[in-house]
Ligand binder design. Structure first.
Ligand SMILES: *[C@@H]1O[C@H](CO)[C@@H](O)[C@H](O)[C@H]1NC(C)=O
Ligand SMILES: [Cu+2]
Length: 158
C-alpha cells in the first residue's frame, strides 16, 4: 500500500510540477517577434528553455507561420503540409518534453532566409517548494543529505 500511495504522489507531482515551478513565457525574438532578418540562433544562445516554459511566436497573420519540424527538415527547410501550420499570429507552444526542438517559417523562402529556430529544452528544474522527498537516512550510505542530493544530481545528469 505504501508503494501505491507513493505512486499516486509521484503522479500528482508529475501533473502539477509544471505549474508549481517557475514556468516562463518566452516571446521568440522578444520585441522583434517571429520575422525575417533576425538571428534566432544568437537570440537563443544565451537562453535557457525548460519543460513547462511556453514559446510564443508573434507575427502579423498571413505574413509568417510556424511549423514544428525535425532536425532534417530544419536543415533542408522542408516545409510540412499546410495542415500542420500554426497561423494565429500569436502561437503558443508549451515545451513539454526535454530535448532539441526545431521550428521554421513555411512562408515563401523565409526558412532559407534564416527564419528558423532551434532550441534545447532542459528538464524541469526542481522547485524549492517540492514536497519533502522520503530521503534515505544519513547513515544509509554515509553521505548525509547533501551527499545524497549531489549523488541525485549526478544521477540526473548522467
Ligand atoms: C523529418 O520530417 C520529414 C518531413 O516531415 C519526414 O519526411 C522525415 O521522415 C523525418 N525524419 C525523421 C528522421 O524523423
Ligand atoms: Cu516567415
Amino acid at each position: 500500500m505504501a508503494l501505491s500511495s507513493l505512486s499516486i504522489l509521484v503522479l500528482i507531482a508529475t501533473i502539477f510540477l509544471p505549474s508549481i515551478a517557475v514556468a516562463k513565457e518566452i516571446v521568440v525574438g522578444d520585441d522583434h517577434g517571429w520575422t525575417l532578418g533576425f538571428d534566432y540562433s544568437s537570440w537563443a544562445a544565451d537562453k535557457t528553455f525548460r519543460v513547462g516554459d511556453v514559446l510564443v511566436f508573434k507575427y502579423a497573420v498571413g505574413e509568417h507561420n510556424v511549423f514544428k519540424v525535425n532536425g532534417t527538415a530544419f536543415q533542408s527547410c522542408t516545409v510540412p503540409p499546410p495542415s500542420e501550420a500554426l497561423t494565429t499570429g500569436s502561437d503558443r507552444i508549451v515545451l513539454a518534453i526535454p530535448g532539441r526542438k526545431w521550428y521554421i517559417c513555411g512562408v515563401g523562402g523565409h526558412c532559407n532566409a534564416g527564419q528558423k529556430l532551434v532550441i534545447t529544452v532542459q528538464p524541469q528544474a526542481l522547485p524549492p517548494t517540492l514536497p519533502p522527498v522520503p530521503a534515505p537516512s544519513p547513515s544509509e550510505d554515509g553521505l548525509g543529505f547533501g551527499g545524497w542530493v549531489s549523488k541525485k544530481i549526478l544521477t540526473i545528469f548522467h
